[in-house]
Design a protein around this ligand. Sequence first.
Ligand code: ADP
Ligand code: MG
Length: 400
Amino acid sequence: MPAFKTLDDLPADLTGQTALVRVDLNLPMQEGRASDVTRVEAVKPTILELADRGAKVLLLAHFGRPHGQRHSTMSTSVVQGDVERVLDREVMFISEVSGPVVQQSLAILRPGDIGLLDNVRFWPGEEANDPEFAKAIAANGDFYVNDAFSAAHRAHASTEGLAHLLPAYAGRAMEAELKALDAALGNPTRPVAAVVGGAKVSTKLDVLQNLVKQVQHLVIGGGMANTFLAARGVDVGKSLAEHDLAATANRIMDEAEHAGCTVHLPYDVVVAKEFAANPPSLRTANVHEVAAEEMILDIGPQAVEALGDVLKTCRTLVWNGPLGAFETPPFDAATVALAKTAAALTQDGSLTSVAGGGDTVAALAHAGVAQDFTYISTAGGAFLEWMEGRELPGVAALQR
Ligand code: ADP
Ligand code: MG
């Protein structure tokens, strides 16, 4: 794994130092309240460790998309209460990210106290990665900690620029994420299987292209499988499929063959004439027997069993995208069954399993296996860019 510094590289006693800590506090909101505080829980260990080691901790985060202007509804003060509740500590809200207001606040804060700076995206310098803006923030800190992997695919002042101006460290959540991702694709134990599902091939072309070079087994499910089946000449009826991508799908399958990667497409599927919960027209069919008025909405039980056997021969699994339209029963069946197999193999110690993606996280939680995978990444965009094999600017800056 590329070397980066962690909190272990800092002196044990941080009294007298100020930590600028980039966290993800972009909490999902419902009626003005945070509906989920997972992101705060994720950064809690880093914040409390730094505070308990005596640092003054300044939290730096974005919240919504204010596009370089102040909006009271997008102030980080909106989530101050949630942060305090999860940390079980008092947090001082500071209405700036740099300048005298921050300086004066630091004079009030004692060692071990926590301050929450306002939404860093209120200033255009953030997204422009303006070095002057980063310098102004850096002036109030002794070192920088990045604990927001989910924002690491952006080269912004608070995610990238600051790492060049102050001694930079990965926080505990960032460290765990990078270790898990390295175990899954950076330096994995072979054989490696990748499961890629979801609605559309077009959103994951780069992911597929990268994976065929890295993994020994590529499982394609979801609406994407329909595109691949159609490219092979299978009549997929009314299924969601991108027929214009047939040539691309065939090229990916050729590349896989050259690279020694086996592509697994389903040979049975679950179909219906209408997309609804438990529709009367529901049936399981061989892929070659889909009628013109039917839609493929999940992969079939035989395919799932065969994929379970593939996973039993693998040591590493990386998963993005559900195998079917899992929000609507019973089209969650394949995703749930394969997730349970992967979870059991992980618990037996024979498989390292890493998954990510917005809907994937929801699907695995629905399957009840969220705790049984080796690692589940909640970083949507950053996780996908990592699966595409891209270097993430926020991570690269920590590696210097
Ligand atoms: P993620 O957010 O994990 O990256 P995607 O957004 O790519 O996943 O895909 C998830 C969506 O794909 C889900 O809403 C699911 O209903 C849909 N989907 C999966 N299989 C099918 C299918 N056969 N037909 C239509 N939609 C599907
Ligand atoms: Mg999605």
